[in-house]
Design a binder for this molecule. Structure first.
Ligand SMILES: *Cc1c(COP(=O)(O)O)cnc(C)c1O
Length: 459
């Protein structure tokens, strides 16, 4: 066992050490490779080395270098190494954490970690939460709570509202929760990509007039397209007045609530009925850790409570947390340990400082990119993401789109940073998102230098 682990750890550490030298985006043009990789289950085993060799040498590098310092694409996170060790422990000791009584002290660690998220987000003491595999699943469970609370069994007339900037997982989650696409309204956003409240009010009134039942609004605490933060406080007011459930998608943005200077931008966040967080983004954990907070903890429990004849029926005191009574899974991994171990190891102050640093780096990057020739800013960084396009005298929209796309691609091809764009409000926008704990000033310098060089070629 030790020899196997030593081999794996040595390769993992070497891999992490090599991240700054790896191209920001590996060669993912790999369809032929993948076809060649298809094989039947082997009859006979093989040595660990013979399996790890191609894994680390050939397959891992053929990917976006998502844990690397230069990853400024999509929404980064990084992947803290101790969280991987937590997973090793979890999988080695293999205890059952689906029900409280099977591993009470371990489940308490998970409950603690959830309660830290609750306290950081200024949610009330009786709020409850759930670790999920990601933000999408958290949103799914949030919408499910809203549906149960407001519609009961009469699902079909229920209408859900979000903005045209919502992450596609909102529509998908709604559908999985039984709210079909014809009952989801993508409300127009304003020129800062925030939901238009006047249009939202109109849509709710129109649906009520036609006999439908508005039941939920999903707001954005940081969109994936441009980083826009909806007027969260105003939406909370509207939801209170209209008796709607307010779910907030904070998969990208919620952890910026830890930065005092962004409290104003995110004001109203603690008023959400439910909140999606993604610790694998803003808490820098490896992929596979999302979280949901529900203000009325009883609603989360009511939506998921279930029992069976063979399960331990011994009721435990209500102040203990039972994961399987708060989420759809029974048997599961132990997601709480990666969060618990990482936060205990580094302390909350380190996470707050890292979040503040990402914000500062993004502001710096924004100010320097905005000064480059031909850059037109479309969205300033409200949190740590900004969006822009490239122009030159006489260029058409199609030329601007093509040039902006080329700017993202050629900058990424230079290997030091990876950047991606998005189609928003009728044009292609370049975007930069700073959220990896490994990203620091040298990567921002590289970004600005490479942008400047590529812009000179393109113009
Ligand atoms: C990442 C993201 C999601 C989806 O979360 P997953 O963890 O990828 O499932 C949803 N909304 C926003 C704003 C995001 O950034």
């Amino acid at each position: 066992m030790r020899a196997m682990a030593d081999d794996v750890v040595a390769r993992c550490v070497a891999h992490i050490e090599s991240l700054p030298q790896q191209p920001a985006c590996g060669d993912v043009d790999a369809a032929a490779l993948c076809r060649a990789m298809r094989e039947a289950a082997p009859e006979q085993g093989a040595t660990l080395d013979s399996l790890l060799d191609p894994l680390f040498r050939d397959w891992i590098p053929r990917s976006f270098t998502a844990p690397g310092p230069g990853y400024l694409a999509f929404i980064p996170g990084g992947g803290l190494y101790p969280a991987a060790l937590a997973d090793l422990i979890t999988n080695t000791v293999n205890r059952y954490t689906g029900v409280w009584m099977a591993a009470p002290a371990l489940v308490q660690l998970e409950a603690n970690a959830l309660d830290w998220l609750r306290a950081w987000m200024d949610f009330p003491a009786d709020a409850r939460g759930l670790f999920t595999s990601g933000g999408s699943m958290a949103t799914f469970n949030g919408i499910l709570c809203a549906r149960e609370r407001h519609l009961g069994a009469d699902i079909r007339p229920g209408v859900l509202y979000t903005s045209d900037q919502a992450h596609h997982s909102v529509l998908k989650s709604a559908k999985l929760a039984g709210i079909m696409p014809d009952r989801v309204r993508a409300i127009e956003s304003d020129d800062r990509f925030r939901i238009r409240l006047d249009r939202l009010r109109e849509a709710i009134a129109a649906d009520r007039r036609s006999g439908l039942r508005p039941f939920a609004v999903v707001s954005n605490a940081g969109t994936v397209n441009t980083g826009a933060v909806d007027p969260l406080d105003d939406i909370a007011d509207l939801c209170a007045a209209e008796q709607l459930w307010h779910h907030m998608d904070g998969a990208y943005g919620a952890f910026f609530y830890l930065a005092p200077e962004l409290r104003q931008t995110l004001r109203g966040l603690p008023r959400a009925d439910s909140l999606t967080l993604d610790p694998h983004k803003g808490l820098f954990l490896p992929y596979g850790t999302g979280a949901l907070l529900v203000r009325d903890g009883a609603a989360l429990r009511a939506a998921h409570e279930a029992t069976a004849a063979y399960l331990p029926s011994m009721p435990h005191p209500q102040d203990f947390y039972d994961p399987s009574q708060h989420g759809p899974e029974l048997s599961r991994g132990f997601p709480g340990l990666r969060v618990w171990l990482s936060v205990k190891l580094y302390g909350a102050a380190a996470f707050r400082a890292a979040i503040a640093e990402k914000r500062a780096l993004a502001v710096d990057a924004f100010q320097r990119v905005a000064r480059l020739p031909g850059i037109v800013v479309d969205a300033e960084p409200e949190l740590s993401l900004f969006a822009f396009h490239l122009t030159a005298p006489g260029w058409s929209l199609a030329q601007e789109d093509a040039a902006t796309r080329a700017l993202m691609q050629r900058t990424t091809a230079r290997g030091r940073v990876m950047v991606t764009g998005s189609h928003t409000h009728g044009r292609y926008l370049g975007r930069v998102c700073v959220l990896s704990f490994r990203t620091h000033e040298p990567q921002i310098d590289a970004l600005v230098e490479d942008f400047a060089a590529v812009i000179a070629e393109l113009r």
